[in-house]
Design a protein. Structure first.
Lengths: 230, 230
DNA sequence: GTCTATACGGAGATAGAC
DNA sequence: GTCTATCTCCGTATAGAC
């Protein structure tokens, strides 16, 4: 029932012998994995510590030794996943350096961002966090901080630099980044927030994002016919 | 404790005698009110039917006679509130007729929309619905339908008309409406989704919305210097 | 239709042996 | 550190009297 408490074997049938000192750490990870699955599936309140206990293969007492309470377990699990969410994202400055022009860089970056944020597991996590914001305000703060560090902040810097170079005209970079994200990723994200079952249509996503970037550049881009500093 | 089961009096101390046939309807309403408060405060799973029972002043058996189950009660309560949310919204066509120009009309409309959607109770309801979407997919559909009927649909019509008249150039009105909403209301809405305690700053809201509408018009508006059909 | 009283299961958390 | 066994409370839902 529980899990591999002993006689665990790998894919070749060889017994897995955990390094002695890692036993506690491995159990801790097993708890986190089981808890994440249960919380994502049931939400915080409906999630059962009994289910997490059985799935993780450790005893309930061990879970409470490690995490103290259901609330603390929830916070530990969710806050661990959040930063990993954005780890795959290429820093905007690099995307800009690798692209032939600003529009291409913006399209590539927002597309990559959308691919990450629209992953079903991330959308699930996002809905979970939003639904529990009133119970766990720390999660809202964490979500904001991670988003800002990994995406908005770097984009603000990039827009500021491009404005200094004369390639864009962005008077309020912080607001502009919010607008850019809202007009591109924000649109499919909103749809999938309320209709999780909707599949992601690649060509539709590309055209939505392209249109959003064009909207952004119509306001903040250099005028047409402009080809560099005079 | 319970509520006004008998000897209930109005503000002048006069006894309130419910019309005989309305007794059931009045209890039904008391249940709905108590349930909404409890669901908004605790979320679906953590909400207690015992608490709803006590606050509504009727017995638990009566609640189950009326609604059958906790799930059905939840759906009845939430779906009843949703349409009322948008009832205060002026139809976009009227806002346009009453405004001196398109920009003013768009600013007024999105501002009014923001005022409604940013009300703390509505934000609370929205977080609740999002958090329970996987358990109650019907609510996502309902939310989408109400939003579309009361806001997006009429706006699409309006943009289509304005394009026909030559006052705007909107090739894809459905997408444009999503962009307009995302660039204006969507920005403070996102902030308040993750940071509910943040108060609404009127001047900041106005400047955000103004900037969003300008962004929209930079792409879809008539070119500057243009003063009516030739 | 409405009430009181209760059935029945599962929740989170812990005591104490090892 | 980890387990087994258990405590205590509260959950939804219903039976039966009025």
């Amino acid at each position: 029932m529980g899990a591999e408490r002993q006689d665990a074997t790998d894919e070749y049938g060889m017994p897995i012998i955990p390094a002695p000192g890692d036993a506690a750490a491995r159990k801790r990870q097993a708890i986190i994995d089981a808890a994440l699955a249960e919380f994502l599936a049931e939400g915080y309140s409906a999630a059962s510590m009994d289910v997490i206990t059985n799935r993780s293969g450790v005893s309930k007492a061990t879970i409470y030794k490690h995490f103290g309470s259901k609330e603390r377990l929830f916070l530990a699990v969710v806050s661990g996943v959040l930063p990993k969410t954005y780890a795959d994202l290429t820093p905007p400055a690099r995307a800009l350096a690798d692209a032939p022009d600003v529009r291409t860089a913006l399209v590539r970056h927002t597309t990559e961002l959308a691919r990450i944020l629209l992953r079903p597991e991330i959308m699930l996590l996002r809905r979970l966090v939003i639904g529990e914001i009133d119970r766990f305000p720390q999660l809202g703060q964490l979500w904001y901080l991670v988003t800002y560090d990994m995406n908005n902040g770097p984009l603000v810097e990039m827009l500021t630099d491009l404005t200094a170079k004369g390639e864009l005209h962005v008077p309020d970079p912080k607001l502009a980044v919010q607008q850019l994200v809202a007009c591109t990723v924000g649109i499919p994200q909103l749809v999938h927030t309320f209709a999780p079952a909707t599949p992601v249509d690649d060509s539709e996503l590309a055209s939505t994002i392209g249109s959003g970037v064009d909207l952004f550049l119509a306001r903040y881009g250099r005028p047409p016919g402009w080809h560099g500093p005079a």
